[in-house]
Design a protein around this ligand. Structure first.
Ligand SMILES: CSCCC(=O)C(=O)COP(=O)(O)O
Length: 267
């Protein structure tokens, strides 16, 4: 599911039939504003102190070394490069890995929790209980996806203070995909890679779970096109705050559009 343009793949694995669904995060399962107005600014604010204290550390080296050479000539150059990539929302793996590293402190100190749309947790729990396996496919790193699902905001109606609490929902998700282990989200090959990982395109599994049994949710029509080109089914999720879905003429591929996961019945 995308809202953080991310994704999960749920697929049913009962003895008689198999259905899989996956989705994007941003704009699909959580508001784009959480990513753009909370997570992105937090990373940019946290970065200077990390650059100052960890520039030469072994811990920070893998994150720094993944950036292009000209961006790691100095802490100032790296900060400027990260700010530019963030402003343009460039989905490169080295930025996404660094963001995940920087976001961990924010989640762990309670600076924020993940505001999933109201329909998401009940629906994912329902599907999981019914034997559907769920997966995420996001431009955000797998590490960041696990943080996001590991700190989901829950409302505590019984508390007079209405304090914000979080719940770890990582166990709902069976598989995690990002641009490193699957590839760019707008390319059909990435979805073929995922189908391979889900064992949908291995000859010995073909009779049990086919690409058509995998349902991909996203707010991005190009991602849905790529999933369908790989043989999956797809659903566009329209959420408050998303960009309008581009109008298409009759000759283009059409995708079903929903405003809530409650509109989707898996069978
Ligand atoms: C799961 S990490 C936060 C979201 C993020 O960084 C991002 O780029 C969202 O990408 P998606 O493909 O999930 O829309």
């Amino acid at each position: 599911m995308r809202a953080p343009g991310h994704w999960f793949v749920p697929y049913q694995t009962t003895s008689t039939y198999y259905t899989a669904t996956h989705a994007s995060v941003e704009g699909t399962i959580c508001p784009i504003s959480f990513v753009k107005e909370t997570l992105f600014p937090y990373a940019l604010t946290a970065l200077p102190a990390v650059l100052e204290s960890k520039w030469d550390s072994e811990e920070f080296k893998p994150y720094k070394d993944a950036f292009p050479e000209e961006a790691r000539t100095s802490p100032q150059a790296l900060q400027a490069h990260v700010e530019d990539l963030t402003k343009r929302d460039v989905k490169v793996a080295y930025l996404k890995n660094l963001q995940g590293y920087l976001w961990e402190t924010g989640y762990k100190t309670g600076a924020y929790g993940t505001p999933l749309f109201d329909d998401v947790v009940p629906k994912l729990k329902e599907w999981k209980k019914a034997g559907v396996e769920l997966a995420i496919y996001s431009s955000g790193s797998v590490f960041a996806q696990k943080l996001l699902f590991g700190h989901v905001q829950v409302s505590n109606a019984s508390s007079a203070m209405a304090e914000s609490q979080t719940e770890d929902l990582q166990s709902l998700i069976s598989d995690w995909f990002d641009t490193t282990n699957a590839g760019p989200k707008t390319e059909a090959n990435s979805y073929m890679t995922i189908l391979g990982a889900l064992e949908c395109i291995r000859a010995d599994f073909r009779d049990q779970l086919s690409p058509m049994d995998v349902l991909f949710f996203s707010d991005n029509i190009k991602e849905c096109d790529a999933a369908v080109a790989a043989g999956m089914r797809s659903v566009i999720v329209e959420r408050p705050g998303n960009e309008p879905i581009p109008h298409r003429n009759g000759s283009d591929v059409q995708h079903r559009t929903v405003k809530s996961l409650d509109e989707v019945q898996l069978s």
